[in-house]
Design a binder for this molecule. Structure first.
Ligand code: SF4
Length: 350
């Protein structure tokens, strides 16, 4: 039997029953593919269910505000995915009469839709013969064929894409693609793949040559950059201050408490100095009543070291510094924030 047939047979017996496998609705497939990028199925599943409850179709997503969409996305990370999804939904409703494009090329025109997502939607929903290559597929192919080029290099990526295309079942590309991804997600794992149980081991170069752990070859990632962020939770008469982050940095468009950022760690005394100097010059009645321990939060390219400083004020400064938004403490939960802040708010319980 050919490799694609073996993988297909394995898939029929081992596939997980996931909600996006029971629909041909391109909106829902699109949503699932975007949510599952960089996210494990176990984590993405709840988000998918919550998203489809809140925004059951492209029109409801397009009509939602950006804050509503980001709030639903809160905790998933890579927030540009949510913003692009939202922008693309608005484009579909405003320009395409609410219909997602029915071809790979048309889908590529949508904001945030790259070759991976377009291939997935076009093959699963429209039967277009486009091979999907995600991290799972790339690992499976690199091991099966013993690809020595780094899979995250341009040349390596082209080799993997070409082999994926050769393997593709052109009669049923949607099922084939899902089978390939599932095979990588459940059996041909990054660490300790279950080669003994693998129906492909006789075809697998990595297994036959005893080099399973060697593949996939990758160019090492850059070391993450350290950033120290000090959040000031200012409180006065049941109110607090939030600000909105810019669009060109980590956590774009999310809300946060006023911050001081630093390229290195600073001590408590300097934190207080910065509060008085940079955030509240000349303010009266300032009482710092708690400084949290440092909290480490890992992002793909950055290591964040955060501290939260709880400050009570006698009066708000007048006028408020530009960009500050004064809200009642009990409305904090209405605003989308980074997972780091959300987790702290849950633990600190305020
Ligand atoms: S034999 Fe092992 S490395 Fe090769 S495809 Fe199967 S699970 Fe992956």
């Amino acid at each position: 039997m050919k490799i694609d047939g073996i993988i297909r047979g394995w898939y029929e017996k081992n596939r997980r029953d996931l909600p996006w496998r029971n629909t041909g609705d391109p909106y829902r497939i699109w949503l699932s593919e975007v949510i599952l990028q960089q996210t494990r199925v176990s984590q993405g599943l709840d988000y998918y269910l919550e998203f489809t409850r809140a925004f059951p179709d492209v029109v409801s997503l397009a009509r939602a505000s950006e804050d509503e969409v980001l709030k639903k996305w809160q905790g998933l990370g890579y927030y540009s995915r949510a913003r692009n999804l939202h922008e693309a939904a608005r484009h579909v409703v405003d320009r395409l009469q609410g219909q997602l494009p029915g071809t790979y090329q048309g889908l590529l025109e949508l904001k945030g839709v790259g070759t991976y997502t377009a291939s997935a939607i076009a093959s699963i929903c429209f039967g277009e013969p486009r091979a999907v290559v995600d991290g799972n597929v790339s690992r499976v192919i690199s091991r099966l064929f013993g690809v020595e080029e780094p899979v995250n290099s341009t040349t390596g990526g082209k080799i993997i894409a070409s082999l994926a295309d050769e393997l593709l079942d052109r009669q049923d590309p949607g099922t084939h693609n899902q089978a390939m991804m599932e095979f990588g997600a459940l059996l041909c794992l990054p660490v300790s793949p279950d080669c003994d149980a693998c129906p492909l081991k006789d075809h697998c170069v990595a297994w036959r040559t005893g080099r399973v752990e060697f593949f996939p070859v990758k160019i090492p990632k850059q070391k993450p950059v350290n950033r120290w962020i000090y959040y000031f939770i200012l409180r006065c008469q049941g109110e607090t201050i939030i600000t909105k982050r810019g669009r060109d940095d980590i956590w774009p468009s999310l809300y946060q408490f006023p911050v001081v950022e630093s390229a290195e760690s600073i001590g408590a005394e300097e934190i207080i100095g910065r509060l008085n100097g940079a955030l509240l010059p000349g303010a009266a009645g300032v009482t710092i009543h708690r400084i949290s321990d440092p909290i480490k939060h890992q992002l793909t390219h950055r290591t964040i070291h955060a501290r939260f400083i709880h400050v009570d004020l006698g009066l708000w400064p007048r006028p408020l510094p530009s960009g500050w938004i004064k809200i009642s403490m009990d409305r904090l939960d209405d605003f989308p924030v980074a997972r780091l802040i959300n987790r702290y708010m849950e633990v600190a319980k305020f």
